[in-house]
Each structure stands twice: as structure tokens, then as C-alpha cells.
Design a protein around this ligand. Structure first.
Ligand code: PAF
Length: 277
């Protein structure tokens, strides 16, 4: 595995590539990331992973400084997973002074996560656009990028950016990976104590409850939300939302076209989760 820290260096290793599978991450890799890397490995001749804790997607007062950084462990994980190139740029090598900005779309980029974290998606799209351009700069024959469905709004916005900016990349959405108790894997789970982890299980339980109700034929989102709130009554719920695949609010569940999203706080840790119906 080759490790590179600058764009110039990366470009030397990406000439004449056939298919490239790219997995962008912020590090502190877990089984969720590993599942994206495995899929990229299965489907491409070259696998590139980036690790970059992107400052522009953290708002004032958020956890940029304490975001888990596990460089050595991450390098080992990537090596073992058969990654070909690990790209770990410095902030200075990737951002410029007074640079051009990408704006998330006015509606879909500023509801739900975008409302709670106004400007977050501008930073996500800015870095993802840069990474896509860097990784595919030497025009591989096929370019695929892998994203988890856990960050559903991020995924939908990246798909929109690819469409709106005519980018030559295939976005591959990947299933959420959960621990044996149902908790969706996230680097931020590292902030949770044992008791908090226990409490956080109410989130996936509420989503399970929703999916059971839907299987029983309950499609009214108000009814489903009421039951979900009951399951999560010990948590500080920020939102429960029912949207279609375009992130438009839904009053009734539509099979194969609904996403149920939850954001909660467990003490100081903010967690999100969802299911795609
Ligand atoms: O999902 C993440 O880890 C980040 O938002 C991403 C896509 C790597 C951009 O920094």
C-alpha cells in the first residue's frame, strides 16, 4: 500500500488506471468503513481511500478538535483490507486562501442535518468535489465512489452534486452496518460511555418498531412517529423525519420511496440513524 500526503504525489500514482474505487473518510475507521472498502475492492482494480478530517464541515463549537484520530490503526486496517493507495492530505495541501466555494442547495441542503448544522453540507460538498477531482484527475477508465446510507442526506446531496455539475463518477450507496445490538456504527460512537451506548440503542429500536408497523400496513407517518417517540422517550430527540428519496417530506410512507431519519442527543453526543423503506 502506498501512502501519500500531497496532491502532486498522488497524481504520480494514478496514471493509466483502469477502474478506481474511491472511499472518502475522516478516519477512525470501523466496520462500516471496512464494508465500503471491501465492496470497492470487489468491484475495482484499484482502491483508493482518503483520510482527511475536513475542517470546513465542522461548525464553530463542534467537535473538530476532539474528533477521533487513529492514524496508525487506520493505516493497518487499510493495509489489511487490500487498499492500494491511502491518501492523507494536510489541510494546507488541499485548501487555498480565499478559494471558490460550493453551496449546498437552498432547500435540501438546509433542512434536517442542514438546519441543525447550517453550512455543514457546504463543507462536505466542497471537500468531496475536491477529492473527486484529485482522485480522477488522470481519468481512470471507470471511477466509482462509495458512501454509506447512514449519512443519508449527505449521500443524496452528493448524488445531486454529481448530477448538477455533470461529474463523471458513479456513486455507490452502501448499507448501514450495525453492531450486534443494532447500534449504527459511527466514529462518534467512541464518545459514548457504556451506559450511553445502552441508552442509544433506543434509536435503532425505534426504527425497527417503525419498520414493523409499516409491515403491518401502518403508513401514516404521524402514527409511526408517535410510536417512535415512545420508544425513544429517554432520549433528547432533535428530529424524526419522513422523506422520499428526494428528501421531500412525506405524510404517508411509500414503499421503496421512503427514508425515516432520526437525530438524537445522548448527553453531549449527537447521533443520527435511518432506515430506507
Ligand atoms: O462521511 C464522511 O466521513 C465525510 O463527510 C466525508 C464524505 C469523508 C467528507 O469529509
Amino acid at each position: 500500500m502506498i501512502i501519500v500526503n500531497s496532491v502532486e504525489e498522488l497524481l504520480k500514482y494514478t496514471r493509466d488506471l483502469d477502474s478506481v474505487g474511491f472511499v472518502p473518510t475522516m478516519g477512525a475507521l470501523h466496520q462500516g468503513h471496512l464494508s465500503l472498502i471491501k465492496r470497492a475492492r470487489d468491484e475495482n482494480s484499484t482502491v483508493i481511500v482518503s483520510i482527511f478530517v475536513n475542517p470546513t464541515q465542522f461548525l464553530e463549537g463542534e467537535d473538530l478538535d476532539k474528533y477521533p484520530r487513529k492514524e496508525l490503526a487506520d493505516i493497518e486496517i487499510c493495509k489489511r483490507a487490500g487498499v492500494d493507495i491511502l491518501f492523507m492530505p494536510t489541510v494546507e495541501s488541499i485548501y487555498f486562501k480565499d478559494e471558490l466555494r460550493i453551496e449546498a442547495p437552498a432547500i435540501r441542503g438546509f433542512i434536517l442535518e442542514g438546519a441543525k448544522r447550517a453550512g455543514h453540507f457546504n463543507g462536505v460538498l466542497q471537500i468531496v468535489m475536491k477529492l473527486f477531482n484529485i482522485i480522477s484527475y488522470n481519468r481512470p477508465k471507470k471511477f466509482r465512489a462509495y458512501f454509506g446510507k447512514k449519512d443519508a442526506q449527505q449521500l443524496i446531496l452528493i448524488e445531486q452534486m454529481v448530477k448538477d455539475y455533470f461529474l463523471n463518477v458513479e456513486i455507490i450507496p452502501c448499507e448501514i452496518i450495525r453492531d450486534s445490538n443494532g447500534l449504527a456504527l459511527s466514529s462518534r460512537n467512541a464518545y459514548l460511555s457504556k451506559e450511553e451506548k445502552e441508552q442509544a440503542l433506543a434509536i435503532s429500536r425505534s426504527l425497527k418498531r417503525a419498520s414493523k408497523l409499516i409491515m403491518q400496513g401502518v403508513l401514516d407517518t404521524k402514527k409511526i412517529e408517535k410510536e417512535m417517540r415512545e420508544v425513544m422517550k429517554s432520549l433528547d430527540i432533535e428530529y424524526i423525519a419522513f422523506v422520499d428519496r428526494n428528501f421531500k417530506k412525506q405524510e404517508r410512507i411509500e414503499l421503496k420511496n421512503s427514508i425515516i431519519l432520526v437525530a438524537c442527543r445522548v448527553n453531549n453526543t449527537r447521533l443520527i440513524d435511518n432506515i430506507w423503506i
